[in-house]
Design a protein around this ligand. Sequence first.
Ligand SMILES: Nc1ncnc2c1ncn2[C@@H]1O[C@H](COP(=O)(O)OP(=O)(O)OP(=O)(O)O)[C@@H](O)[C@H]1O
Ligand SMILES: NC(=O)c1ccc[n+]([C@@H]2O[C@H](COP(=O)(O)O)[C@@H](O)[C@H]2O)c1
Ligand SMILES: [Zn+2]
Length: 273
Amino acid sequence: MENSDTTKVVLLACGSFNPITIMHLRMFELARDYLEDTGKYRVVKGIISPVGDGYKKKGLIEASHRLEMARLAAESSDWVKVDPWEAQQAEWVETAKVIRHHYEELLAAEGKNDQVDTVKVGKKRRHEDRDGFSLPHSVRTDVPQLKLLCGADVLESFSVPNLWKPEDITEIIGRFGMVCITRAGNDAWKFVHQSDTLWRHRKNIHLVKEWVTNDISSTHVRRALRRGQSVRYLLPDPVMQYILEHSLYSAESEEKNVDVILAPLQRYSKSGN
Ligand SMILES: Nc1ncnc2c1ncn2[C@@H]1O[C@H](COP(=O)(O)OP(=O)(O)OP(=O)(O)O)[C@@H](O)[C@H]1O
Ligand SMILES: NC(=O)c1ccc[n+]([C@@H]2O[C@H](COP(=O)(O)O)[C@@H](O)[C@H]2O)c1
Ligand SMILES: [Zn+2]
């Protein structure tokens, strides 16, 4: 039965997924358990959004392959889906824009219009509680909340110079909210504690501890593949088969974008941007 006291949540994971691993899928399960255990939320959908080729990360193989592998991985889930919109854009898209896009889709699916001007949201007065903390957009209770799902490394990357626009960070956390899975120890809590911006929005940052700590990463998988080692049980079987069939991930593919600056660094290092 529907509990009217719970808020529906959609989780959006942005990343390279180069290739998708079981840990990426685990993130969704961990986040759903955590949020639902609070008694306040019901997680209704998960979205995997692979980054486009324009991101220019070293070793990033074509989006068509990364999308297909993500689709194969998501076949094992009845609530996590892959969305190709971000991967199909000609240029790299800021994560804040990706979230806005999906929020608009969510509103459209629910037959609602976004009453907040999504482009000028940073300039508009936000909903604030009495301590001045921004509240998530779903002060509107008639549509699900959309939250960014990520690992602690993405949260920590907020402090890398020229990687994120401060107003994007504020919008992502203040307007939407984040669910962040710890990758090792308590660094994420310390990081939130040490950042005035993150601390101000701490009520919108859900830090989820992964007790079964593991170091599975796409980097590790690519390295093992280059060396002809087994990657079985690190990836869903259909993903592993797809990689073998298409001979993905070689010493050559790892050199892709080797001399290219990552798109956000390029964009924000330019003066006037
Ligand atoms: N083992 C893990 N624990 C927690 N979060 C993870 C883990 N692996 C990936 N993530 C998260 O998944 C999202 C997508 O990350 P990404 O595609 O970069 O995977 P990755 O394994 O970190 O790949 P790479 O090694 O190429 O950086 C990010 O939010 C990242 O923090
Ligand atoms: N300024 C930004 O919006 C910004 C900066 C860096 C990374 N990102 C995103 O974070 C994700 C990180 O992925 P990786 O951990 O694979 O690099 C990607 O989806 C990327 O687009 C966004
Ligand atoms: Zn990563």
